[in-house]
Design a protein around this ligand. Sequence first.
Ligand code: FAD
Length: 384
Amino acid sequence: MIQLPTVKFTEEQEQFRLEVRHFLHEELKKGTFETKCDSWLSGADPGFSKLIGQKGWIGMTWPKKYGGQERSAIDRYILTEEFLAAGAPVAAHWFADRQTGPLLLRYGTEEQKEYFLPKIIQGDCYFGIGLSEPNSGSDLASLSTKAEKVDGGWIVNGQKIWTSNAHVCHYMVTLVRTSPFDSSKKHAGLSQLIIDLHADGVTIVPIKFLTGEHHYNEVFFDNVFVPDSMLVGQLGNGWAQGLAELAFERSGPERILSTFPLLDELIQELKGQNNIEGLKEATKILSRLWGLRNLSIGVAQLLETGDGKDVQIPAALVKALGTKFEQSIPEITRLLVQTYPKLDATRKLDRFMAQSILHAPGFTIRGGTTEVLYGVVAKGVVAQ
Ligand SMILES: Cc1cc2nc3c(=O)[nH]c(=O)nc-3n(C[C@H](O)[C@H](O)[C@H](O)COP(=O)(O)OP(=O)(O)OC[C@H]3O[C@@H](n4cnc5c(N)ncnc54)[C@H](O)[C@@H]3O)c2cc1C
């Protein structure tokens, strides 16, 4: 069974947290952004991403030769927690920072690293995740978007769906079939291509959220040419490469803190009412949060220093338990205080409540459903 390390923040790290918190507080005061729940996925604001890039806060763990700062995964964890706590609009650069960069550092060519990483770091280049298709979600290996070899590259035809922020992104790491489907080897013949979302033959069609917001999309490929230089890693190794990305995708604090602005506001409200019984309930929520946070930080540390140890099981646990936790916050809030949820309410608690209720159903679906994650954990435990 894998042992997760206990992480203790250094004085410099605590200082860094205060620096980030102060910056966000000042930007909030200036009106640069408005706190929102679930802003890491649905709050895409390229202007804000650019600002973060100028601070050196995108790709901060990456090598200096590409513009990074070689800071630790724990520094990045602290930064991310503060963005989530402030409900800052970081969605535009989120996937590029969280997983495209690490993917390219591990599997990309030197040319890809030199071209993409500095642009991502500056907050100028955003990536979408092109996995799900209308007939392939949990059973992703059955996907049918195909890439056929031609001189100098590939011709891609097919469709992706639920692609977060494709309308804001410049590129998408897209899992495609590069050799015919063989039901006895479902995971073979898949490859990852970087597709330029402004290329000829790419059509992006919005799918509106329950709130009416435009967050995710259908992305159609009609004879899209993708040069050879845009193949990531090895041909046919897309499944294994994608699995490595999933640990980054599933284990971060964003799987716990999507509704943190609501929790924070709830506690302020209970304090204001001197509601001791309510505050006791809030303490129970905070202890759950503390446990989940330790699990998530432990995975972040292992991803950096674990010498390639497989963290799929703890990463799946963070997502399965963390998303249930963040979903429970509006439900607990409803039982502790009077609230009239409305997206345009003037009272913050009512606004955060409406955002949480309307976004929460997706928490346990995006990035792998809870049932599928339980399957990952169960299979992993049996194998040990
Ligand atoms: C807000 C949001 C953002 C998203 N962003 C992206 C994105 O950027 N890129 C992208 O590629 N995708 C994205 N997705 C899609 C997401 O990854 C899929 O919705 C998810 O993987 C589930 O696939 P599905 O919708 O096809 O459901 P299905 O796979 O059809 O599942 C339907 C139900 O069956 C259950 N089920 C399926 N298989 C099993 C099994 N083996 N055992 C037990 N139960 C099972 C599931 O748990 C679920 O309850 C996003 C989804 C949401 C909600």
